[in-house]
Design a protein around this ligand. Structure first.
Ligand code: ADP
Length: 304
């Protein structure tokens, strides 16, 4: 039997020293075909010796497991011949592990994308603006929320239609079931990026303020959008300065060991490699940082 769908159950044999994390996006390579693949659920890890099924959110090097995946486009699989593929790192193109497609997920064969008459272009046209996702990344206390807040105020005053998605706020609702482990942070950003995409589709200028410490998730977010739609802004404030500001007292708590997995202390922050804009909040005021963004977004706009 052969299938062409975008969701499958697969077997994984992981080989990289960087663990596979449920929810993360990778590159699927099969012959000369390459496309994005997300591990939507890690169903279980298989114990090498006993074959026992163990619950897991990660697969380490040498471990194997069963997972569900979702690919960016439907792929054709003929069970006997082309069910094998490689997992490849999105940034480095490094080989990470092997996948074997077991069977298509029933739901994937029954859900079709519904095309709608009123589309993004029509909605954006009604609002007379180019919808965008402006993504702020940086350490806690770097200034993301403060800058995003003032930027939204200015855009609003210019008559633009905006929405600010804030990390802390979303953790009270949509993401309240998520903590701060690597797997939960990956899922946090995946959900937020999908919400931002819907809002861009609705014609809005979306400001997303999230630490988003991992390059892989920022890249995943970027890939959900058209090229000019996604603007990554790195709020580049050194850890020492963030710690000095310690707006919410969280650095002190993390230093006392009362807060685990705190970015910059005992959880990594991967600096963006090529952000669209870098803001230096030690040299420029909030007001000046916002001006830099407006200048970047609307080069022709002359201000007040
Ligand atoms: P984050 O959202 O990144 O966690 P916040 O915006 O909550 O950070 O906190 C940043 C703190 O730094 C605020 O108290 C803000 O007033 C202060 N700050 C000082 N200078 C700047 C600047 N140039 N840009 C942004 N924030 C600044």
């Amino acid at each position: 039997m052969s299938f062409t769908v975008d969701q499958y159950q697969i077997k994984i044999i992981w080989q990289s020293l960087r663990p596979l994390v449920a929810g993360r996006t990778y590159l699927l390579r099969r012959g000369d075909q390459e496309l994005l693949v997300s591990v939507t659920a890690l169903k279980y890890r298989q114990d090498q010796k006993t074959g026992e099924h163990l619950s897991a959110k990660k697969l380490n090097a040498g471990e194997s497991g069963i997972a569900n995946i979702s690919t960016a486009q439907p792929i054709s699989v003929d069970e006997d011949t082309n069910a094998d593929f490689d997992f490849v790192d999105l940034q480095t193109s490094e080989f990470l592990g092997k996948g074997h497609i077991e069977f298509p997920l029933y739901r994937a064969t029954n859900i079709r994308w519904q095309s709608l008459t009123v589309n993004k272009t029509a909605r954006a046209g009604a609002k007379q603006q180019q919808p965008r996702c402006i993504w702020f990344t940086g350490l806690s206390g770097s200034g993301k929320s403060t800058i995003a807040n003032l930027l939204e105020k200015k855009l609003f005053e210019q008559g633009r239609h905006t929405y600010l998605l804030d990390g802390d706020n979303l953790r009270h609702g949509l993401n309240r079931d998520l903590g701060f482990t690597e797997a939960d942070r990956v899922e946090n950003i995946r959900r937020v990026a999908e919400v931002a995409k819907l809002m861009v589709d609705a014609g809005l200028i979306v400001l997303a303020s999230f630490i988003s410490p991992f390059q892989a998730e920022r890249q995943m977010a970027r890939r959900l959008f058209a090229d000019s739609e996604f603007v990554e802004i790195f709020v580049d404030t050194p850890l020492s300065e963030c710690e000095k500001r310690d707006v919410k007292g969280l650095y002190a708590k993390a230093r006392r060991g009362e807060l685990k997995n705190f970015t910059g202390i005992d959880s990594v922050y991967e600096r963006p490699e090529c952000p669209d804009l870098v803001l230096d909040t030690c040299s420029y005021s909030v007001e000046e940082c916002v001006e830099q963004i407006i200048h970047y977004l609307f080069p022709a706009y002359s201000g007040e």
